[in-house]
Design a protein around this ligand. Structure first.
Ligand SMILES: [Zn+2]
Length: 183
């Protein structure tokens, strides 16, 4: 294999954050391609939420089925670009948060499921977004029973091998396919 003297675009993005690319290999994290084809799946709070078309379709069907069962599923987050992920980490670093702490809650840019346009962070009325208490809601129970039918699975259960904190709110469409295609 020949040596490539040019740093990869990802290395270029990670270097100023103080994240060595070797960290990706060390934690055996998948590197995903950024979604090119996105649609607005939902607009609320003056924000448009983007997903890949098939994930958007599956989300809408799942949300409608939940509603028919009296369960309200709301998006907190959907597509987030690799650049934006880097900005979020930069902001926390600027606020004095230790990198190790940041990386237990935010994926290394390039490894987040959010830039694939297939991942959603979900909440339900009365539950603060991105909090572990989401697991006590009827919405979480409904997702556990029905999300797989729509192609969504919980990405980061307790004790996940990626080393993230438990994220009951984070669900991904066709995650197995994403992981298989990861480079
Ligand atoms: Zn998430």
């Amino acid at each position: 294999m020949s040596h490539d003297p040019q740093p990869s675009p990802l290395a270029h993005l990670l270097a100023p954050l103080g994240i060595p690319t070797s960290e990706i290999a060390r934690r055996r994290l998948p590197v995903f391609a950024e979604a090119q084809n996105l649609v607005v799946v939902e607009t609320h709070a003056a924000r448009g939420f983007l997903l890949q078309p098939r994930a958007a379709q599956a989300w809408r069907e799942m949300q409608a089925a939940a509603a028919a069962d009296g369960i309200v599923l709301e998006l907190v987050s959907a597509f987030r670009s690799i650049e934006r992920q880097a900005e979020l980490i930069r902001r926390k670093l600027d606020n004095g948060v230790a990198l190790a702490d940041i990386l237990s809650v935010l994926a290394i840019p390039g490894t987040s499921e959010h830039h694939t346009g297939c991942a959603v962070d979900v909440t339900t009325p009365g539950c603060p977004p991105a909090e572990e208490t989401f697991e006590d809601t009827a919405a979480f129970a409904w997702l556990n029973a029905h999300a797989a039918h729509y192609g969504f699975t919980l990405s980061f259960p307790r004790g996940n091998p990626e080393g993230y904190l438990y994220e009951p709110w984070h669900w991904c469409f066709e995650r197995d396919r994403l992981l298989t295609g990861a480079v």
